[in-house]
Every structure is written in structure tokens, then in C-alpha cells.
Design a binder for this molecule. Structure first.
Ligand code: NAG
Ligand code: NAG
Ligand code: NAG
Ligand code: NAG
Ligand code: NAG
Ligand code: NAG
Length: 452
């Protein structure tokens, strides 16, 4: 009896020591990964302990940074200059330590910033200024700009035997685009975006003979690169009697799959013989309309602004999971998929409940281990760049969309970019790559990354 008690105490003590050591180990690992920095002037109360990724006041760019950092999940801003080429549009991420960099510091008190020379009142004055080069240097690579420049030089050089050094360099940098396939399962918002990529390269989108809202693709011969669009018109499993577009005969994904999608499979599957290199998935605006039109057909007033109810959200979430599962069944569980966050209608006034769907989709995608492409979030409210009530026009934002897509495609091919620096560019020799392997290099980090 006594012995058992001692034994129990012993076991408990060993257990306690074990747990404590394990916890300390975790803490050490954690601290090692995210050095804890006491901010200047702060005392040790919890709120004042800052967590920074790199050593305090270190440069933003350095050789020993972790390779898995997603610039589009950092806070930042869209920078474009009205009088420059749209292709120069860039996402400018704010990395930790930014505020400590010489170019981010104002040497004088804010109230001593330059005063407006147009008045004699000493008014504040902030003349437009491009972000400092140091900040642009750590911005994500502008693939769209490269591709358009390649296209321009190719046309200018046509028939000439000796390409310019610039063209030669672009050609080498873009070799990894060869034979790639991107599948976009979404509505017309993303279809227009892929069309604009096409247009910038002097090409047109091809619509399936089965109709405009079925399948459409852009094949870019320069790299044997294809952007395939499968149009999805909500997650509805049926075509309700009150469906609001008469000429749309097939609504549900299951039927669209066999009628519209499968016939394009040979242009959708890439070098691995089983899947595209990357899938972008989104559906939201159609579902929102679907939830409003139903009650409306029953004689109720369309109240676009009401909160969606639990049954609606449950239905949407379950069906989203079904559709994503269909994609994985078709192309393999490891196919790289991104969910795009919702883009809003041009006026939020009575359509704010679309945000319910965005939250629900984020949840489902996260549960299914799928990363979010934060395009919708980044461009929230940029209504002046819309072409109509729902579509984002060709312009700075479409360049951003393209850069986000190619940044992620680059990953699938084993490319490594760290704070704007192309550390590893996939070569032309890599004829068959596993897009899943490239994707998984940073996938877990990006799943766990904070979304600002
Ligand atoms: C430390 O922080 C606490 C809570 O913010 C504050 O009340 C206290 O005055 C601080 N002490 C010093 C020395 O700054
Ligand atoms: C915008 O671009 C024009 C033309 O290149 C240039 O002159 C101007 O300084 C730029 N403006 C800013 C704010 O960078
Ligand atoms: C173009 O890419 C596809 C998909 O990766 C591949 O199957 C096909 O062989 C490529 N065509 C040429 C001419 O390289
Ligand atoms: C719909 O709205 C109109 C105008 O506000 C109102 O007159 C009508 O009673 C409403 N109908 C229903 C079924 O709520
Ligand atoms: C909300 O969306 C519907 C459907 O697109 C549209 O008819 C309505 O005008 C929108 N409301 C506002 C205020 O934009
Ligand atoms: C890249 O590979 C393709 C297909 O193997 C080949 O036709 C092309 O000449 C290569 N390009 C370069 C620059 O090596």
C-alpha cells in the first residue's frame, strides 16, 4: 500500500517533470522561431512583449530569412501610379521592423512635416511619392510585367536572329511557365481576370461552344500555358423552378461537370498527367442571389441586406465541401487548391450579407486544409476599378490578380521567392514536376500564417 502510494507519487513526479520539460522545450522552440523582443521603453507586462519574426532592428532583407513567408498575407497596400503602365502595379507588403528602417523614419516630429506651399497657414502637406526603392525591392515579383515585356520585345524583335540581352534574360526567367495548366473554378469575376491576362498578351479568351457561362480558356502559345475557367453558378444541387436566368439550362455542378467541364479535361491536365498545376476556387455572388431569389419567388420582398440564416449557411458550407471533394476526387487529393476570398458588389448598401458567405467559405476551406488567396480582401472597396456592379475591370487590380496567381503557380514548380528575391527559379529541364511537392514546401506555414 505504502509502496503503491510512493510509486504513484514517483510516477506523478516523473510525469510532472516530463510535462514541464516538454513545455519548456516547446517554449524554447517557440522563442527560437519567434524571438521575443521587449520593445523600447516597455516594461514586462504581457501587452508590452512584442513578437517579431526577425531580430529587432535588423534589415528587412537578409540572407537568413525563413523561405516560407507569404507577402499577400502581410499587411500592405496596393501601389500604382496613374501615369505609368498598369503592369507596374504592385502589392507593397509591410514586414516586421519596417518602422525601424531609415527610410520609414521621419527625422522630425510629425507636426514639423513639410507644410503646404500652396497656403500660408502652415497646413500639413503630403505630396504623392513613390514608395522607397527599399520597400519596392521586397515586394512580390511582378510576373505580369515580365510576361507583357516579353511579349512586347518578342513582337519588336520578330524576325531578328539575335535577341536583346533583356529579352534573353526574360526568356530564361519565364521558362518555368512552359507547359503549365491553371484551372479556375469560379464565376465571371475570375473569368474576366484571366481574360485580361490573355488580352495583355495579344490573345482572346475562347468560350466553349456550349455557351458563355460554361467553360472558357486562354491558351498562351509562348509558353504552352493554359488558363482554364470552369464556370460555377452557385453550389445549388438542382435547377429550381424560380431560377432567374432562363437560358441557363444546367445549373448544378454535378451536371455541369459532365456537360461542360469534362470535355475540356485534356486542356486542363498538366505534365503530371493527372491534374492542373494549380486550382483557384470560388463561389459566392451566385449563391447570395440564389438565397434571395428563392424567398422572392414565394412573394416576399427581396431583402438583400438580411443576414443569411443558419439553414442557408449550413447548406452552402456542406455543398462547398462536396464541390471541393469532387475536385479532389477528379485530380487527386494533393492537387494544389486555393480559395479566393469574396469580391464585393460595387455597392455594399443592400448586399452586405455576401460577407456571411465569405466567412463561411473561409471556414470550410480552412477545415479542408486549403489556403485563401486574399485578393477580395486586399481590394475591398476599390469600386472605382469596377467595370459594372460586380466585375473588376482590366486595370491595376487585374494586374494584382495575375501577380497573385503566378506567385502561387511559381511555388508549385518549386520556385522560391523571399521578400521579392527569386532565390530559386525552376529550370526548363524539369519536364515533369509534382505541383503538390512544390506547394507543400510552404503550405503548412501559410495555413498557419496570420491574416491581417
Ligand atoms: C508597467 O506597465 C503597467 C501596465 O501597463 C503600468 O501601469 C506601469 O506604470 C508600467 N511601469 C513602468 C515603470 O513603466
Ligand atoms: C508617376 O510616374 C511618372 C512617369 O513615370 C513620374 O514622372 C512620376 O514621378 C510618378 N509619380 C510618383 C508619385 O511616383
Ligand atoms: C503542352 O503542355 C501540356 C500540359 O502540360 C503537355 O501535355 C503538352 O505535351 C505540351 N505541349 C508541348 C508541345 O510541349
Ligand atoms: C414589399 O414592399 C412593398 C414596398 O415597400 C410593400 O408595399 C409590400 O407590402 C411588401 N410586400 C411584402 C410581401 O412584404
Ligand atoms: C444588391 O444586389 C442586387 C443583385 O445584384 C442588385 O439588384 C441591387 O441593386 C444591389 N443593391 C445595391 C444597393 O447595390
Ligand atoms: C525549353 O524546353 C523546351 C521543350 O523541351 C525546348 O523546346 C526549348 O528550346 C527549351 N528552351 C530553352 C531556352 O532551353
Amino acid at each position: 500500500m505504502k509502496w503503491t502510494i510512493h510509486a504513484r507519487v514517483f510516477v506523478a513526479a516523473v510525469g510532472l517533470v516530463g510535462i514541464t520539460s516538454f513545455a519548456s522545450l516547446l517554449l524554447i522552440l517557440y522563442i527560437h522561431r519567434y524571438p521575443i523582443t521587449i520593445l523600447p521603453g516597455a516594461n514586462r507586462s504581457d501587452e508590452s512583449v512584442g513578437r517579431e519574426v526577425s531580430a529587432a532592428k535588423g534589415p528587412i532583407k537578409s540572407t537568413n530569412l525563413p523561405i516560407c513567408e507569404n507577402p499577400f498575407l502581410q499587411p500592405g497596400f496596393v501601389w500604382y501610379n496613374d501615369s505609368q503602365e498598369e503592369t507596374q502595379t504592385t502589392w507593397v507588403p509591410f514586414y516586421p521592423n519596417l518602422l525601424e528602417q531609415p527610410y520609414a523614419l521621419t527625422t522630425i516630429e510629425p507636426n514639423l512635416e513639410p507644410v503646404d506651399p500652396h497656403t500660408s497657414e502652415g497646413d500639413p502637406y503630403f505630396p504623392t511619392e513613390s514608395p522607397p526603392q527599399e520597400l519596392l525591392d521586397v515586394a512580390p515579383h511582378q510576373w505580369m510585367q515580365d510576361m507583357v515585356r516579353h511579349y512586347e520585345l518578342y513582337n519588336a524583335n520578330e524576325g531578328q536572329s539575335s535577341p536583346s540581352p533583356e529579352f534573353h534574360e526574360l526568356q530564361n526567367r519565364l521558362l518555368w511557365l512552359r507547359n503549365r495548366r491553371i484551372l479556375i473554378v469560379s464565376d465571371s469575376v475570375d473569368r474576366y481576370q484571366s481574360e485580361y491576362i490573355c488580352n495583355r498578351l495579344g490573345l482572346e479568351l475562347t468560350h466553349s461552344k456550349k455557351g458563355r457561362q460554361t467553360a472558357a480558356w486562354c491558351h498562351i502559345p509562348a509558353w504552352n500555358l493554359t488558363l482554364m475557367n470552369w464556370h460555377i453558378a452557385s453550389v445549388s444541387p438542382t435547377r429550381p423552378s424560380w431560377w432567374w436566368i432562363e437560358e441557363m439550362s444546367i445549373v448544378n455542378v454535378e451536371e455541369r461537370w459532365t456537360e461542360y467541364y469534362l470535355p475540356t479535361l485534356s486542356d486542363t491536365i498538366g505534365m503530371n498527367g493527372k491534374s492542373p498545376d494549380l486550382i483557384l476556387f470560388h463561389t459566392g455572388l451566385w449563391d447570395h442571389t440564389y438565397f434571395i431569389r428563392g424567398p422572392e419567388a414565394q412573394g416576399q420582398n427581396a431583402t438583400w441586406s438580411r443576414s443569411l440564416n443558419w439553414r442557408e449557411l449550413r447548406f452552402y458550407m456542406q455543398r462547398l465541401r462536396t464541390v471541393i471533394t469532387m475536385l479532389r476526387t477528379q485530380f487527386g487529393d494533393d492537387v494544389p487548391i486555393m480559395c479566393r476570398s469574396v469580391t464585393l458588389k460595387k455597392s455594399l448598401l443592400s448586399n452586405v450579407s455576401i460577407l456571411n458567405l465569405d466567412r463561411a467559405a473561409r471556414f470550410v476551406c480552412n477545415e479542408l486544409d486549403i489556403e485563401i488567396m486574399e485578393f477580395g480582401e486586399i481590394i475591398t472597396g476599390y469600386f472605382e476599378f469596377y467595370k459594372d456592379m460586380v466585375h473588376i475591370d482590366r486595370g491595376p487590380l487585374s494586374v494584382l490578380w495575375a501577380n497573385m496567381i503566378f506567385w502561387n503557380l511559381f511555388r508549385t514548380q518549386g520556385g522560391v521567392e523571399v521578400r521579392g528575391e527569386l532565390r530559386k527559379i525552376p529550370s526548363n529541364n524539369t519536364k515533369v514536376v509534382s505541383p503538390a511537392d512544390g506547394w507543400n514546401t510552404c503550405h503548412n506555414d501559410f495555413m498557419n500564417a496570420k491574416h491581417y
